[in-house]
Every structure is written in structure tokens, then in C-alpha cells.
Design a protein around this ligand. Structure first.
Ligand SMILES: C=CC1=C(C)c2cc3[nH]c(cc4nc(cc5[nH]c(cc1n2)c(C)c5CCC(=O)O)C(CCC(=O)O)=C4C)c(C)c3C=C
Ligand SMILES: [Fe+2]
Length: 433
């Protein structure tokens, strides 16, 4: 017998009452639904509470390959970075963790049905996407922090050459509880729920091995499909198109030079096919920004706000010609894009691949919106890439409107090439005693 109180006499939507209303004519039912709480229906016949429909749930990125997914893969609408502490006590535990992550990510990114369990036990899955999950463009990218290469697991001699603990830059106000980590998970998908589902699955399968340290979720605004021409870059929360001047990810030779570790003979051999990941949580002071004149906003970035074009061009992908403007009359010398990439001979080796998401976390005690950029970049050499760019940007006019508050440096593991491989295998084999 149920231990719930019998509320039927007080409930306004009893079965009998529903049956009565269903017997009304269409017009009468419409009125009644609005007034009495029956599921309201839109013109296309969907109930208000029916699930929103997506056409991209079947989209899948193959998990196995030389490189992990989530780096050259186009940014989807939802992303998050989760930094974790590794709780495993020894190398066997670390191997178990890496094998489990590999096996779970392979399943989650392909999709499938969870096994049914004896109801006396917890279900196999959180169930937030139902018993069968679709891939929904999911990618999970696993990277290691410098702290994992301490004395715990005997990895110290195999640390990637440039991997180090992130240190503060002059404009930083880093919050310790939102910095660093032994391991980062970058989780991206077409919908936010798919990223959260993946995270809960990974946590459920790694008890005693992994603990979340901090997490930042983000989004990218979606645009309608276009009939012709390239899709313009998405906008950040300062209203500017962000990502325009990224290196061409279809150029495999360029990616081998700029993004994938492998060409530097000083790097440990196991790192081949990986990449350095930088994550920065950068607060945007949007109230101040929204009261700044348009001309000043455009001078801060060196680009037009509406089109994303450089100040000396007309279209988003026009190339700025700084050589023709040595004094900075058109594009100020301290404009963000001019500092970040002066486009001088030889500077190509310092280019980075940016893959940021916008974040909105709520409200500060002073009533200001806590919004910003979950800035994620990849490069083959951390010092030649992010650190060089950030040092050039120190003191830029944009700093009046932004403040980095967290993040970390990580090394993204090479991919698992087939079903017999696992993420981190080459590292563990290279350091086997
Ligand atoms: C250290 C590297 C960088 C940080 C930190 C950074 C923060 C940051 N950037 C924007 C907005 C834009 N950035 C743009 C271009 C751009 N930014 C960097 C580097 C960092 N940005 C680079 C290397 C470039 C490309 C420069 C070039 O090659 O021309 C742009 C312009 C459009 C584009 O190319 O993407 C915008 C807009 C914000 C809001 C921000 C911190 C909150
Ligand atoms: Fe930038």
C-alpha cells in the first residue's frame, strides 16, 4: 500500500475532471486548458512541456585517432571545463583512472543504451537523457596538469617540456579555488544537458580516483544556417566576433607546426600528437563596457563591432595591413588584435588556436553581472604561444574591462588510436619501472 496521503479530493486535476474536460469541444477545451491548467498546445501541436526538438542529436565525432577531439572540432553551443584532483594512490590506480575515462568517453561520444539493473541497486546512469543516449556532438578532451608530474606516480622525468603551474600576470586577480588541477576535462556538445550528463557519468565511474576541484560552464550563441558564404564567427559577451583570425584548422601542416606537439626534439616522445591547453576564466565588466562609446570599443579591439572587420578593412576576414599604418592612426598600436598578433615577419610561430566559450554565473554582491569568457587555447609550445601573447597584452586598454580570475595550464594527451589503446598509455609505458 502507498504511504502517500490521499490528496485526490483536493487536487484540481483529478482523473474525472480531466475526462470531463477532454469531452469538451475543441474551442471549449482550448479555453479550459488556458484557465484550468491542461497542457497548453502551440500551433504546431506540441505541448508546452514537450521536449524542445533538435536536428543534431545524431552528430558524432569518432573517438579514436591520433589526436583527441575537442581541439580542431568546431565549437558547439555548450562547453565546460572541469578541473579535477587525482585521488588515485599509485600507478595502478592512475592506470585504472585513465582506462576508465577512455572507456566511458568512447561510449558517451558514440551513444548507446545503458544496461538495466536490479532495482535494489542504483541505476546504471543518472537517466537525465533517458535510457538511450545520443552522441549530440559530444567531445571530452582529457589533459594533465603539472601537479600530476610530482612524486606520486613516478612521472616527473616525463613531464612535457613547457608544462608548468600557471602564475599570475599583472592584471590577474586569481582565486585559488578556481585555479590549477591534476587533470582537466573539456566537455563540449550541442546541448548543455549532454555535457552535464557526460560529467555525471564520468564522476560516477571514477569513485576514489578523481575529485572535481572547479568547474566552469559556457555557451556559444547559435545562428541560423546561411545560404552562401562562410558562417561568421560567434560573438563574445562584449558583443564582438571572436575567433576570426584563428589559424586555418584545415591546414594539416600548419596544425602540425602550431598545435600538435611532435616537431620539438626536446619534448618527451610520448607527447607526440598532444597539445598544450591553457584555460583562463576572464571576468568581463559588462556594465562599464556597455557605457563605453562605440568608437572606443572598436579602438580597444581594433575591429568593427557589427561586422568584425579590421579597422582598415570592410569584411570580417580581411587582413589588416599594419605596415601601411606604422603610427597607429587607423589601428591603434595598443589595439588588442595588434598587440596579440603584430603580423611582423616571424611572428607566425607564436599563433595560438582559441576555442573560447561565454560564461554567465549569476550576480555579484554589488549587483554586477558575473559574466565573462571561458578562454581556452591550444598550442604546440606554451611559451611561444599563450605566454608570449599574454605578455604582449599586459597593460592593454582592454584590461579596464576584464580581469582573469582563474584557470590553469594543462597538457592534452595524444588520442587513443584504437579500441586496444587508452588515453595516457604512452606516458605510463614511458615511465614504467
Ligand atoms: C593571451 C592571449 C589572449 C587573451 C587572454 C585574449 C583575451 C580576450 N580576447 C577577447 C576578444 C577578442 N580577441 C580577438 C583576437 C585575438 N585575441 C588573441 C589573444 C588573446 N585574447 C589573439 C591571438 C587574437 C587574434 C589576433 C590576430 O591574429 O589578429 C578578437 C578579434 C577577433 C578575432 O580574431 O578573434 C576579439 C574580439 C576577449 C573579450 C578577451 C578576454 C576577455
Ligand atoms: Fe583576444
Amino acid at each position: 500500500m502507498s504511504d502517500q496521503p490521499d490528496n485526490t479530493s483536493r487536487c484540481p486535476f483529478t482523473l474525472n475532471r480531466r475526462r470531463f474536460l477532454q469531452g469538451l469541444g475543441a474551442a471549449g477545451a482550448g479555453v479550459a486548458a488556458g484557465g484550468l491548467g491542461l497542457p497548453a498546445r502551440a500551433a504546431d501541436g506540441h505541448a508546452v512541456t514537450g521536449a524542445p526538438v533538435s536536428t543534431t542529436t545524431a552528430q558524432a565525432y569518432p573517438f579514436h585517432g591520433r589526436h583527441q577531439q575537442g581541439i580542431l572540432t568546431p565549437r558547439p553551443a555548450a562547453g565546460m571545463v572541469v578541473a579535477c584532483d587525482v585521488l588515485a594512490r599509485d600507478r595502478a590506480g592512475l592506470e585504472r583512472l585513465l582506462r576508465t575515462l577512455t572507456e566511458r568517453i568512447a561510449f558517451l561520444t558514440e551513444g548507446g543504451t545503458y544496461p538495466e539493473r536490479d532495482p535494489a541497486y542504483p541505476p546504471a546512469d543518472s537517466g537525465i537523457l533517458g535510457p538511450t543516449i545520443a552522441p549530440d556532438g559530444l567531445t571530452v578532451t582529457v589533459s594533465l596538469g603539472a601537479s600530476l608530474f610530482d612524486a606520486r606516480f613516478g612521472l616527473a622525468d616525463a613531464r612535457p617540456r613547457h608544462l608548468q603551474r600557471m602564475t599570475g600576470f599583472p592584471n590577474d586577480a586569481l582565486e585559488p579555488e578556481r585555479c590549477h588541477g591534476d587533470l582537466s576535462l573539456q566537455i563540449c556538445a550541442n546541448t548543455h544537458d549532454t555535457t552535464l550528463h557526460a560529467l555525471r557519468d564520468l564522476i560516477k565511474h571514477t569513485p576514489g580516483l578523481l575529485m572535481v576541484r572547479w568547474k566552469q560552464e559556457g555557451t556559444v550563441p547559435v545562428v541560423p544556417p546561411r545560404d552562401h558564404g562562410p558562417t561568421p564567427s560567434a560573438r563574445n559577451y562584449l558583443g564582438f566576433r571572436d575567433g576570426t583570425a584563428n589559424p586555418d584548422t584545415d591546414d594539416a601542416t600548419l596544425m602540425d607546426t602550431l598545435i600538435w606537439t611532435g616537431s620539438d626534439p626536446e619534448e618527451p616522445a610520448w607527447t607526440r600528437g598532444g597539445s598544450y591547453q591553457v584555460v583562463r576564466l576572464i571576468r568581463n565588466y559588462v556594465e562599464r563596457w556597455d557605457r563605453t562609446p562605440l568608437a572606443e570599443q572598436e579602438a580597444v579591439f581594433g575591429r568593427r563591432k557589427a561586422s568584425g572587420a579590421p579597422l582598415d578593412g570592410e569584411r570580417e576576414h580581411d587582413t589588416p595591413d599594419y605596415a601601411a599604418d606604422p603610427g597607429g592612426r587607423i589601428t591603434p598600436l595598443d589595439a588588442h588584435i595588434r598587440l596579440a598578433n603584430p603580423r611582423t615577419p616571424g611572428f607566425e610561430t607564436h599563433r595560438i588556436l582559441r576555442r573560447p566559450f561565454n560564461y554567465s554565473n549569476g550576480v555579484e554582491a554589488n549587483g554586477q553581472l558575473d559574466m565573462g569568457l571561458l578562454f581556452i587555447v591550444y598550442q604546440a609550445d606554451l611559451e611561444a604561444g599563450f605566454i608570449t601573447a599574454q605578455n604582449r597584452l599586459n597593460g592593454e586598454p582592454l584590461e579596464e574591462y576584464i580581469q582573469p580570475v582563474g584557470g590553469g595550464y594543462f597538457f592534452t594527451l595524444p588520442g587513443a588510436v584504437d579500441a586496444s589503446d587508452y588515453l595516457g598509455r604512452a606516458l605510463l609505458e614511458a615511465t614504467a619501472i
